[in-house]
Design a protein around this ligand. Structure first.
Ligand SMILES: C[S@@+](CC[C@H](N)C(=O)[O-])C[C@H]1O[C@@H](n2cnc3c(N)ncnc32)[C@H](O)[C@@H]1O
Length: 439
């Protein structure tokens, strides 16, 4: 592809994303490239990288365009990105839209005004309001402020960066060293992680899906924070465990490995599609102590299994406000009303999941959010409704489960909960609380 044709494809990708603003961009981008198999891998990478760059900077690009009285059309967004982020000159942007069969049409007069006005301007303007300056949406600002205090600028800046590729060695198939050696034999270098005893990191995000280490189940893709949540369950061989919001079984796989395939783990979810996605992963990982259960309205599954589980993990549906390094579009796909709705849903899920835990067992509540409303405040409210539960201090849980799994003696953070963030831990933003049911 010529550079102009790549720009035209980037505009086409933005147009598809704009046509379905509530759908996750990664799924949309996958569909976009599936329908255009003629685009080679180098071109695909370049188009995706620029497309992702636009999403990452979308709040700031929107602000610049709004100031000129212009709407964020796919073409204007790409033009603004080239000028403000890639620092192209006005003439180069104009030339990148030459018209013709494989290229984008030439700029219209309104677009020419924008090109001239934006050329040479800094992306982060001193007169920007706090939201776009920090690249945080209005609805999330109060929560981010409350969570990070003085560290807000550093926390927000780290949320802007691209995330590394994190892997978890699957102990059902290999030790971490064996998994690292297998990847190295295929030319893929890894680093061991700071906190997860099973973690390997690929800082340069080399693709691994075609590697033997991946296809043979030696490693799974999983953020370090997500691995630590599985670790905190303290699941052990012989236990009965429920992964109540299992999705496609990301954490089920890690928990099953901790159980060494002994005992029983039930992966539940309300989404049949997500649970279906678990089947292949469970097989590849060699997990044979897991069953799946689709939760449906009126389902008596939870009632019949009251107080039967040693561990129940609630990896709750949330805003994902800790994962914006990986899902930059979630910043503007989510709104204040979604946050409110999710908080209500989380507390209802917690109340049901709590009934499954046996006396003396544990409920682990986790989100990939950094917003206190979905995290500490949600847990405090749960505890006020359930006198039969107490929060276990993180240090105590870690001392019991961390070193036993080969992790360092000290937990990753000091407070009552596990609270991770890119700027402080190099992970996505995660939260977890371990709640023990009185015996
Ligand atoms: C954060 S995701 C889970 C990710 C998964 N645990 C993993 O590690 O890959 C939250 C999941 O909760 C599910 N969910 C939403 N409402 C639910 C409910 N009422 N009960 C159980 N699961 C629910 C969603 O379908 C989604 O798969």
């Amino acid at each position: 592809m010529t550079p102009s044709a790549r720009i035209a494809a980037t505009v086409a990708l933005q147009a598809e994303l704009a046509a379905a603003p509530r759908r996750p961009a990664d799924a949309m981008a996958n569909a976009f490239f599936r329908e255009r198999r003629y685009i080679g891998s180098g071109d695909r990478r370049a188009i995706a990288e620029r497309g992702w760059g636009v999403l990452r900077q979308r709040l700031r690009l929107d602000w610049h365009l709004a100031r000129l009285g212009l709407p964020p059309t796919p073409r204007l967004l790409v033009m603004a990105y080239l000028l403000l982020v890639e620092r192209w000159k006005a003439e180069a942007v104009q030339e990148a839209f030459p018209g013709g069969r494989f290229n984008a049409d030439p700029p219209d007069p309104g677009e020419m005004v924008a090109i001239r006005a934006l050329a040479g301007r800094p992306l982060a303007s001193p007169d920007m309001p706090e939201g776009p300056r920090l690249n945080l949406p209005e609805w999330a600002l109060p929560g981010y402020r409350a969570r990070f205090g003085d560290a807000l600028p550093a926390a927000a800046a780290a949320m802007d960066d691209a995330a590394p590729l994190d892997l978890r060695a699957n102990l059902l198939r290999a030790t971490r060293e064996q998994a690292a050696d297998a990847l190295a034999a295929e030319g893929i270098g890894t680093e061991t992680m700071a906190y997860s005893p099973w973690g390997l990191r690929i800082p340069d995000r080399r693709p691994i899906l075609a590697s033997r280490a991946f296809t043979e189940g030696l490693v799974e893709i999983q953020d370090e924070g997500s691995q630590l949540i599985a670790l905190l369950t303290g699941a052990a061989p012989g236990m009965r465990v429920a992964d109540y919001c299992a999705g496609a079984a990301g954490k089920t796989l890690a928990v099953a490995a901790m159980m060494r395939n002994r005992g029983r783990i039930t992966a539940c979810d309300v989404s049949a599609t997500r649970l279906e996605g678990a089947v292949k992963r469970l097989r590849r990982a060699g997990v044979d102590n897991a069953e799946r259960h689709l939760l449906q309205p009126g389902d008596r599954w939870a009632k019949r299994r009251a107080e039967q589980f040693d561990r129940v993990l609630v990896d709750a549906p949330c805003t994902g406000a800790g994962t914006w390094r990986r899902n930059p579009d979630a910043r503007f796909r989510t709104e204040q009303a979604d946050l409110r709705e999710l908080i209500t849903k989380q507390s209802a899920i917690l109340d049901t999941a709590a009934t499954l835990v046996r006396p003396g067992g544990r409920l682990v509540y986790a989100t990939c959010s950094v917003l206190p409303e979905e995290n500490g405040r949600q847990v405090e409210q749960f505890l006020s409704r359930h006198e039969d539960y107490v929060a276990m201090p993180l240090r105590e849980v870690w001392a019991e489960v961390g070193p036993a799994q080969g992790a360092a003696a000290a937990p990753p953070c000091d407070g009552a909960w596990l609270e991770l963030a890119p700027h402080s831990h190099g992970t996505d933003g995660f939260f977890a609380a371990v709640l023990q049911r009185r015996a």
